[in-house]
Design a protein around this ligand. Structure first.
Ligand code: NAP
Length: 266
């Protein structure tokens, strides 16, 4: 491990690591010296991201993980400790928008339909992946982080976890849950040196936002709402994850890091 890297000697798990924000976070963690367990439901893409990291000299393995599956969490956390000796960092990046995957171009600002039209099945699925998945991962990470003498858990919420909008109400609810869950976990595990923080991205260009950003009218509305005048890129968020993962943020817990081009400042 090279000296001077911000995560030298640390072991990190990154969920949703096959795509968008999770993939970039895994790349930056590895480039900064962490050993990265990259996980996702999408094995083909995940293997490819891990392959790219390894080609650039990073230490990583890919493992299939559905964040809603507790048994898979238990097995993967155990494997991580066994293989790398410890767990220092968990970045919970996996998430879904709740939009119908068949909608390749979002037609209105209301992703997933108005509340009255939303099915219980859609509500439950969004809550299960975004909120319950974050709970399951955080819960499994606590014991190994305690054994490691502390750790950092980074939960990707959203500006939708802070303010309301016409977007999927279940998505808002799930991200609000991640925000306040992170604060409760931060308080409970501060005595163990385990820090828990949430990150709140604005509109970031990733496969998740492609359907909305394929509609010029929505692009205009979203850019006008963003004072810095551009969409985020995954690196904008991954650098926030790097700060919260590193010892540079050793006095930061229970905080919400907003990275949104100024959108929620208005
Ligand atoms: P993305 O490119 O779609 O990446 C999300 C990844 O999570 C995908 O590879 C996805 O696989 C995976 N995933 C979905 N369900 C999973 C499960 N049950 N278990 C494990 N992995 C699962 O989206 P992104 O934009 O990078 O989003 C990353 C996080 O940032 C999400 O939590 C999202 O809510 C949040 N966020 C994004 C934005 C934005 O503007 N992009 C803004 C605010 C917050 P599939 O593709 O196969 O579903």
């Amino acid at each position: 491990m090279e000296e001077g890297k911000r995560l030298a000697g640390k072991v990190a798990m990154v969920t949703g690591g096959a795509s968008g924000i999770g993939a970039e976070t895994a790349r930056i963690f590895a480039a900064q010296g962490a050993s990265v367990v990259l996980c996702d439901v999408n094995a083909e893409l995940g293997q490819s991201v891990a392959g790219g990291i390894a080609e650039n000299g990073g230490e990583t393995i890919f493992r299939e993980l559905d964040v809603t599956n507790e048994q898979q969490w238990i097995a993967l956390v155990a494997e991580t400790e066994e293989r790398f000796g410890k767990l220092n960092i968990l970045a919970n990046c996996a998430g879904i928008s709740g939009r119908d995957p068949k909608d390749l171009v979002q037609q209105t600002p209301v992703a997933g339909g108005m509340l009255e039209d939303q099915s219980l099945e859609n509500w439950n699925r969004v809550m299960e992946v975004n909120a319950t998945g974050t709970f399951l991962g955080t819960r499994q990470a606590i014991a190994p982080m305690r054994r490691a003498g502390g750790g950092s858990i980074i939960n990707i919420s959203s500006i939708c976890g802070i303010i309301g909008s016409f977007a999927n109400a279940a998505y808002h609810a799930s991200k609000g849950a991640v925000r306040i869950f992170s604060k409760a976990a931060a308080i409970q595990y501060a005595p163990d040196g385990i820090r828990v923080n949430s990150i709140h991205p604005g509109f970031v260009d990733t496969p998740m936002t492609k359907p909305a950003h394929s509609n010029p009218e929505l692009v205009q509305i979203r850019l006008e709402a963003t004072p810095l005048g551009r969409f985020g890129v995954p690196r904008d968020i991954a650098l926030g994850c790097l700060y919260l993962a590193s010892d540079d943020s050793s006095w930061v817990t229970g905080s919400e890091l907003v990275i949104d081009g100024g959108l929620t400042a208005k």
